[in-house]
Design a protein around this ligand. Structure first.
Ligand SMILES: [Zn+2]
Length: 112
């Protein structure tokens, strides 16, 4: 189980992460779900903040997190993918309530 807060915090590791990835042994992509040697990441893009972000060598998306920032497991990548790409997180009960109340606020807003 990962809380929304944890998934949100972890998302920050996917940007400006060149140093983190280069210091990691393993790297995971939460778009394609693969876990691989961090040294396989060779494409970088420069962000406005002048830090470089790694691109997945398999699916070409900037959704990489290195294991210096976060233990990379299939469950973690799955939770991140569900939350960020499918809009459906594996949530603990408190986060789920928060998420549901945000969702209903949003729905109300959309209906207006
Ligand atoms: Zn990928």
């Amino acid at each position: 189980m990962y809380s929304i807060q944890h998934l949100k915090n972890s998302h920050k590791f996917a940007f400006g992460n060149k140093t983190s990835i280069q210091n990691s042994h393993l790297c995971g992509c939460f778009q394609c779900g693969l876990i691989f040697q961090a040294s396989k990441v060779t494409n970088w893009t420069k962000e406005k903040i002048l830090k470089e972000t790694g691109w997945c060598p398999y699916c070409g998306i900037d959704s990489l997190i290195g294991d210096v920032n976060q233990a990379i497991t299939p469950n973690f990548l799955e939770a991140m993918k569900d939350f960020w790409f499918n809009g459906d997180a594996i949530l603990d009960e408190n986060s789920f309530k928060t998420y549901k109340s945000c969702e209903s606020l949003l729905n109300d807003w959309v209906k207006r």
